[in-house]
Every structure is written in structure tokens, then in C-alpha cells.
Design a protein around this ligand. Sequence first.
Ligand code: CTP
Length: 394
Amino acid sequence: MQSIRQLVLGISGGIAAYKAAELTRLFIKRGIAVQVVMTEAAQQFITPVTMQALSGKPVLHSMWDSSIANGMPHIELSRQAQLILVAPASADFIAKLAYGMADDLLSTLCLARDCPLVIAPAMNKQMWEHPATQRNIRQLAQDGVLILGPDCGEQACGEHGQGRMLEPEQIVEGLLQLADLNGNLLQGKRLLITAGPTQEAIDPVRVITNLSSGKMGYALAETATLLGAEVTLISGPTHIPTPQTHQLIQVNSADQMLAAVEQHIQGQDIFISVAAVADYKLAQASPQKIKKQDQELSLHLVPTTDILATIAARPDAPFCVGFAAETDDLLAYAEKKRRDKKLPLIVANQLADALGLDQTKVTLLDDQGQHDLPSASKHEVAQQILQHIAAMIS
Ligand code: CTP
């Protein structure tokens, strides 16, 4: 882990701003220097005097601070910072970040940065659940912003739900773990990921396929790339934008996916099999279009090869991760698949959460047992899965 020695703590306007005082104290106790930057609204909730006393440095809040030598505090600060943490990050500030706005010191600093940005959202549960906030959060996750929380619980407004900022201790712990995420958690690792559905030809115009969107596999490929891995993505046909990865190989059928995986598996450290591979294909696809007839039509299906099980059985198998989407008995079926296919880790999700949606809820199953991850965007879940994998292989 690259140790953090100094960070910028951005405070935006919200009741949870009072927790920034404790947060600063905890960082200082760990020997991490804190430069506090506050928005206008934040100063309505906690005073710069308090933050200055705790951080031991003048608090910055203005773009027009003449005490900064070159008159460009956003550039000056972004050069010095190893990391920017915005806690609390209000719904309004998250929206600003998502749109790349730069109309005060903190937002300008975030846009001008050359270091990781971590946010700890804090807001009322309706604001958190609002589609606009969820859209902005997804955008930030896609932009490589790391998101800690929010937590579920009692809120300042008296309601109960998701939106509460994590406790300062949780933020410090989470941040120290994430310190690795400045592009080097998976540095030097090679990852092969399969994603999307497969299509099994019936004739030249008809196929057997499934409803997998490819979103989870693509989110994993994108996030692993951000974390420094060299990612080869083998994808079935999808309708979503292709991610920036080292290599993208597009296939249609289960047989083509198997051939591509076998061709690229050598030298991989990790294989994540997210694809919804067809379990059956036609014994013989018709070379001509099948014409409509009056009688019933039967298709003769034969099993496809299980790609993941084949790779996991190799003597030189990389660290293999499976996915199990089920309609019922989720954990029992997932654990059975993990054992049958001899996998160190399987990601279990209810089918209703898996198909096409941007939000998902998964449980990780490994030799240590079961780890429930909170419901979150597929990019956030991807981050957590990759962190778990990195911890398992380190
Ligand atoms: N998988 C694979 N090749 C196949 C079928 C599945 O690599 N031909 C992988 C999937 O990518 C996933 C895991 O195996 O990581 C679980 O797949 P799933 O189809 O859910 O499990 P099956 O073993 O096929 O069982 P069932 O369809 O009965 O649920």
C-alpha cells in the first residue's frame, strides 16, 4: 500500500459536516497532514475556525485567495495533494462533480486534480434514492471516482434509510484500504474476463440466446483497468458501449468464447467468468433458413463445454472467479457451483438483480464463508469484488 502522508479534505454543505472534525482528528492522529477546503454551504454547518484548529492549517474556501503565491489555489493544491477526500459529499456537490462543474474552489480542485478522488456521500434517503443522484453516482463511478458509503440508519431528518455518511473511523479505514486504488491495486496483474450472452445458431437468421446485458462484466473490465490491470475482455453480443481495456475480443457462440478463452488464458493471473454462456447448442445448425411448416418442429440440443470448469481444472489455472445468477436457493446453488467447478470464489446474485439493471446486490462465497455486499451500482460492486480478489491473491 502506498501510504498517504497528506490529503485534501473537502467539506460540502450537509449536517454530516460536523463529522469532518472527528475525521480530521483521526487523520492527524495517524500522521496524515490534512488541508481542509470548504464550500460556502459547508461553512453554515461547521466553522473554518474549528477546522483550522484541528488541522493546524488555515482553511481554504476561496478561488481568489491572494495568499497563494501564483494566485491559482486549485492548481497549487492539486499538485500537492496525494488524494482528495470529499466528506460529506452532498447531493448537490455530487451533481457538480458528475457534470465537471468548477464554480468554487473545491469543485475546481476536483476537476484540476491529478490524484485519486474519494467521496463519502451524505444526504436524506429520498435524495440518495432519487434517479438523478443515482445517475450522478453511476457517472462518478464510471469516471473513476471512488465512493465510500453511504450507510443505512437513523438520519438527521428523523427518517431511517440509506444516505447517512459513514462514521469517521469507517471512512479512515476504507480510505487506507483504497489507498491502493490509485491505479495500483491490480498493477502488473493480467485479467481475462468474459461478459454478455452467447448466441447459438439455429439457422442463418435465428439464434438461441439469453437476456444478459453484459453490464457487470464490462464494469469489472473497466474498473480492473482503472486499478492498473491488463485486461482482456471476451464479450458476447451486447448493446452497451465497449469499455477501454487492453484488448477486446468479440464472439457469438459458446464454442467461439471457449476458443478465445483458451487462446488467451496463458499467462493470466485471474479469470473472471461473468458471461451467461449457453448451456446447450444445436447438434447441427441448419445452413439454410428453416422454412415454416404445418407440423411441430423439434430442435436437437447438445451441451456446450463449461468454459469456467475447463479452465479451473487446468494444472496451471489462474485464480478463477465464477458468477451464479439464480431465481431461488441462491446461496445453496452458488456454493454447489463453486465446489463443483473448484473455484476459490463465486459471486452469487438473484436473477432479478442481475439482468439489465444498473444496480445490483451480490454475495461473495469463498472458503471463509459468505460476504454480503450492499446493493450498489455495478461499477461500485465491481470495485468491491476486485478488492476482495486482490486481498485473496495477495
Ligand atoms: N459458465 C461457463 N461455461 C458454460 C456455462 C457456464 O463458463 N458453458 C460459467 C458462467 O460464466 C458462470 C458460471 O459458469 O461464471 C455459472 O454458470 P451457470 O450457467 O449459472 O451455471 P451452470 O453450471 O450452467 O448451471 P445452471 O445453468 O444449471 O444454473
